[in-house]
Design a protein around this ligand. Structure first.
Ligand code: NAP
Ligand code: HSE
Length: 428
């Protein structure tokens, strides 16, 4: 069988990413013959409301009928950029069963049902690609699967949510409030339809689950990821971090240790000289460590119309090449190990603990003894803002077990001299 003159595509969704995909493909019209040995044509676009006017999109392509797409034998590739679990999962399943390759940006789906869908793609000889599901325009999944396949990867740490990085950067640099900055991130198309997924760390958790699965060749799902968002971070925490030459970032951390895979998303203080500390605005970055490569870092735009479309269309071009060379379905699920997930109580970190305490003789000694009795070694204590017989104390610990810090905090909360524990943030 020779090469096709035209590869036909259907795009499910015409929101931020779908519109970007449309624009990027239009922009590449003349190059496509050289890239894939034929034309690449969008035949149909699935939306909820096909009567809605959409700037710059040929409305004759719009449909709200999935059957028109899945039953169209000429359509070779389905691009799913609708988001959510259903009906996206059913549509992708039916597309693969019909022998159509799929490109998706859907991290919700891949972080929960990745294995099932990848196995289905393999058994139907189709490609299922999902580069855009992690860190928008930054190439990270294909590098992990292909270019870094020679390594045993031990660490993947990243800033993988553009919305929260945008918010934290504005709060740090301009003192702008949380709500105002979130609204701006939504207007710029960075935020998810429900921004709770961004600010509570769920979006980052999905991305970390996907990256960890590929990096460590062992399945990690969204439920495995311990998650905290940025809603408890205050201007005061940011100020204290600055005083300590640190910034606060929402980090996704995945480590392959001797006791299992550690996988978590939470805010962290990070030294201002660390490369991740200078990743600002909606930019994302992923830092990896492997036994052969040592350290490597990937940096770029992690969200938005065109950067995300760049990753989606890159996958479409790769799939189209595979169709032309009759070799789709070659690389399926790469999780050939079954490594246990390490309980959060066993992870080791440094901690920043901010407390409001009674300002009287013996307070520091009492607090220090609680930490000491629970195997928590203190690296530094700062006392500030003495007022009305109360003072604010910030304790920075050495590396300690999460369960030891939790036990210390449980006791501190019951002590009359501790008015409140204002915040606890891990330190990278
Ligand atoms: P969006 O702006 O909300 O667009 C969603 C589109 O899908 C809309 O056109 C909508 O149709 C259509 N749609 C939704 N449910 C549908 C259904 N049941 N049937 C038919 N059409 C349906 O979303 P987005 O920001 O483009 O995100 C799309 C996907 O890309 C998500 O999985 C997201 O996580 C992922 N992603 C987004 C970014 C980003 O920067 N935005 C980056 C990376 C990955 P109507 O227009 O008619 O409502
Ligand atoms: N809402 C996501 C973000 C979009 O802010 O990073 C990219 O997945």
């Amino acid at each position: 069988m020779g090469k096709k003159d035209t590869i036909h595509l259907a795009v499910l969704g015409a929101g931020t990413v779908g519109t970007g995909v449309y624009k990027v493909i239009k922009n590449l019209e003349e190059d496509m013959i050289h890239k894939i040995g034929g034309n690449l044509v969008i035949s149909k676009i699935l939306v909820r409301d096909a009567s809605k006017k959409r700037d710059g999109i040929d409305t004759s392509l719009l449909t709200d009928q999935w059957e028109e797409i899945v039953n169209d034998k000429d359509i070779d590739i389905i691009v799913e950029v609708m988001g959510g679990i259903e009906p996206a999962k059913t549509y992708i399943t039916e597309a693969l069963q019909a022998g159509k390759s799929v490109v998706t940006a859907n991290k919700d789906l891949m972080a929960e049902h990745g294995k099932e869908l990848l196995d289905l793609a393999e058994s139907n000889g189709c490609d299922l690609m999902f580069e855009a599901s992690v860190a928008g325009g930054i190439p990270i999944l294909r590098p992990l699967k292909h270019c870094l396949a020679a390594n045993h990867m031990t660490e993947v740490v990243g800033i993988v949510n553009g919305t929260t990085n945008f918010i934290l950067s504005k709060m740090t640099d301009e003192g702008v409030g949380f709500e105002e900055t979130l609204k701006l991130a939504q207007d710029l198309g960075y935020a998810e339809a429900d921004p709770t997924a961004d600010v509570e760390g769920l979006d980052a958790a999905r991305k970390v689950a996907i990256m960890a699965s590929i990096a460590f060749n062992s399945r990690v799902t969204f439920e495995d990821v311990y998650t905290e968002g940025i809603t408890e971070i205050t201007a005061k925490d940011i100020e204290y971090a600055k005083d300590m030459d640190c910034v606060i970032k929402l980090l996704g951390v995945a480590k392959n240790t001797e006791d299992g895979i550690e996988v978590r998303v939470h805010p962290m203080l990070i030294d201002k000289h660390h490369p991740l500390a200078s990743v600002n605005d909606s930019f994302n970055a992923v830092f990896v460590h492997g036994d052969a490569i040592d350290d490597a870092m990937f940096y770029g735009r992690g969200a938005g119309e065109l950067p995300t479309a760049s990753a989606v269309v890159g996958d479409v071009i790769e799939t189209a090449r595979n169709i032309q060379n009759q070799c789709t379905g070659q690389i399926a699920c790469t999780c050939y190990k079954n490594i246990p997930i390490k309980p959060m109580s066993e992870i080791v970190s440094r901690y920043f603990v901010r407390l409001r305490v009674e300002d009287r003789a013996g307070t520091l000694a009492s607090i220090a003894s609680v930490f000491g009795n629970n195997h928590v070694s203190i690296a530094k204590i700062v006392q500030k803002n003495k007022k009305d017989n109360y003072a604010e104390i910030v304790v920075i610990t050495d590396d300690v077990k999460e369960k030891d810090i939790t036990n210390s905090l449980t006791i501190l909360k019951t002590m009359p001299l501790v008015e409140k524990i204002s915040n606890v943030i891990r330190v990278y």
